[in-house]
Design a protein around this ligand. Structure first.
Ligand code: AMP
Length: 352
């Protein structure tokens, strides 16, 4: 495969974004950021307040209620001013690869928010393929040389996703650091290859990313991501066993968020799309919330979230954390092959 997919992407996104804002193809919404640091963990959460979003039409509002009648915005022909570039990635030793297109996000609150979409339709509920993970990782790595970016993926009905065509999203991090970076760094396991759970009041699974030089990236990302999914599914299975009449766990019907930076992959399974405050106000949470950045559209929600605290809001739409010592033999067995020996145990450290 090409060692540098999407060469020059940063420059192309900047040029396309400037043009698209001028032409009106991108609708940028102004917002203010409120700092909402969590005292116990020190995580510098951000609440992004965008009151103009209440009035502006959203992608969903513009669409017909019947989902099957909705046009696919990520299928060709692309809106010229939203199209940035495309590339093909091929797994080592293969001749046929996967085609990807980069499009600007039409409705953005962060400048230069863009999407990596599969050229052929693939459902958003399908797990990320090794090539999709490689493409996303190569993009954040490449762009990070000038400006750090964060990639995120919302999958499933309760994840905050709105489009069924597979897409991974990217935003630049204006201050060069993602809210969870320091917390992940200070809670990383002794064995850097082991997946682990951060000490948070909801279930979460993280792996540090450091592909060994010379190792086939497809193998690396396949085993790394599968190990996280295995842990997540095992936890959901355990949780559902203790819930009477819980439906069977199926990968295609799971809801979860994925956050990817150059140095880690973090996933969070979801129980609800919206957090509901005690006065009935609903706040939709997607992967960006679990990356530490919550978006609100009205003053009441802003005040409520500040009062309740972002961690409590996130816990309200996610599963209970993995308890200490709780891990299954099935997961450990699954991880022995093909994942490397060290990737065996979730180092569970939940908040009491
Ligand atoms: P999600 O809601 O997670 O599925 O992400 C879909 C993203 O696509 C949202 O952030 C939308 O703002 C964006 N979007 C919706 N319609 C379009 C479109 N026609 N072109 C580009 N981006 C779009």
């Amino acid at each position: 495969m090409s060692s540098t997919p999407f060469t020059g992407l940063g420059t192309k996104v900047k040029a396309a974004y400037t043009k698209a804002v001028q032409s009106g193809a991108v609708r940028f919404t102004e917002s203010e950021i409120e700092e909402a640091d969590d005292e116990e963990t020190g995580i510098p959460f951000e609440i992004r307040f965008a009151p103009a979003l209440q009035k502006k039409p959203t992608a969903v509002k513009e669409e017909p209620a019947d989902k099957s009648a909705r046009p696919d915005p990520f299928a060709p022909p692309y809106v010229e001013d939203l199209y940035v570039t495309e590339d093909t990635l091929v797994e080592e030793g293969e001749t046929v690869g996967e085609d990807f297109v980069v499009l600007l996000n039409k409705f953005c609150v962060t400048p230069r928010h863009f999407l990596l979409v599969t050229k052929e339709f693939k459902p958003q509920t399908s797990p990320l393929s090794p090539l999709e993970l490689i493409a996303a990782w190569q993009i954040v790595k490449q762009l990070g040389a000038r400006e750090k970016h964060l990639a995120f993926f919302n999958s499933g009905e309760l994840s905050g996703a709105s489009q069924p065509h597979k897409h991974i999203q990217f935003i630049p991090l204006s201050n060069g650091i993602a809210p969870f970076d320091n917390f992940i760094n200070s809670n990383k396991p002794q064995n850097p290859k082991a997946p682990f759970q951060l000490p948070l009041p909801y279930a979460n699974f993280t792996t540090l990313l450091a592909p060994p030089p010379g190792q086939d990236l497809s193998m690396y990302f396949a085993s790394t991501f599968l190990a996280l999914l295995d842990l997540m599914i095992d936890h959901l299975r355990r949780t559902s066993l203790s819930t009477p009449d819980a439906p069977a766990i199926r990968l295609s019907s799971l809801s979860y968020n994925v956050i990817l930076t150059e140095s880690y992959l973090h996933i969070v399974p979801r129980t609800a799309e919206c957090y509901e405050t005690d006065d009935g106000t609903k706040v939709s949470i997607n992967a960006l919330g679990f990356a530490g950045m919550v978006l609100v559209k009205d003053q009441k929600s802003l005040e409520k979230i500040k009062e309740v605290g972002v961690l409590k809001v996130l816990s309200g739409v996610a599963y209970r954390p993995v308890a200490p010592g709780e891990s299954s033999e099935e997961v450990q067995d699954a991880q022995q092959d093909p994942v490397e020996e060290e990737q065996k145990v979730v180092e569970a450290a939940p908040v009491e």
